[in-house]
Design a protein around this ligand. Structure first.
Ligand code: FES
Length: 164
């Protein structure tokens, strides 16, 4: 797992964002988005900080962070690979795609590679069912995948060690 180091600059930057958000109703979600962006994840100590500042119970914050896939308690890799396991993708062989990505990157779903390059996630439907089976790498979506197209897509991103 990647070691997390939170800097004073990151805390100050998050604090400024919270000041701004607390002027409007519903400051929690925008704050969490900022925390994820600034720090790369929202661990317990950051949740406590947000709880104190926004006067929102920590249990509520933890519930939101663990519910939404875009938030993470631990640092994610430089590249986040999401393999859709929604119904349309699943019936078109998404499990084989997920297995191939896992064996190629040598990580399981939910894990981050030792070098911090990749995080692998199994996702719900991402709304591109017509292209099933589908995988995303960061913002980019790859569709109508088979095993070799999957490997090609991974190779476009640095740091892939093939393990065939
Ligand atoms: S089920 Fe995979 S994109 Fe919809």
């Amino acid at each position: 797992m990647i070691k997390l180091k939170i800097t004073l600059e990151q805390i100050e930057s998050l604090d400024k964002r919270m000041e701004k958000h607390s002027e409007k109703p519903g400051p929690l979600m925008p704050t969490l988005h900022d925390a994820q962006k600034i720090i790369g994840c929202i661990p317990n100590e950051i949740q406590e900080l947000i709880s104190n500042k926004l006067k929102v119970p920590i249990a509520k914050i933890n519930g939101v962070v663990t519910f939404y896939a875009q938030f993470s308690l631990v640092p994610k890799g430089k590249n986040v690979v999401g393999v859709c396991l929604g119904t349309a993708c699943y019936v078109k062989g998404a499990q084989a795609i997920l297995d191939k990505v896992g064996s190629t990157l040598k990580i399981k779903s939910g894990e981050t590679s030792e070098d911090g390059e990749f995080t692998l996630e199994a996702t719900r439907c991402i709304g591109a069912c017509g292209l099933a089976p589908v995988m995303s790498i960061n913002e980019e979506v790859y569709g109508k995948l088979n095993v070799s197209k999957t490997i090609e897509a991974l190779k476009e991103h640095e740091g892939v060690t093939l393990n065939d």
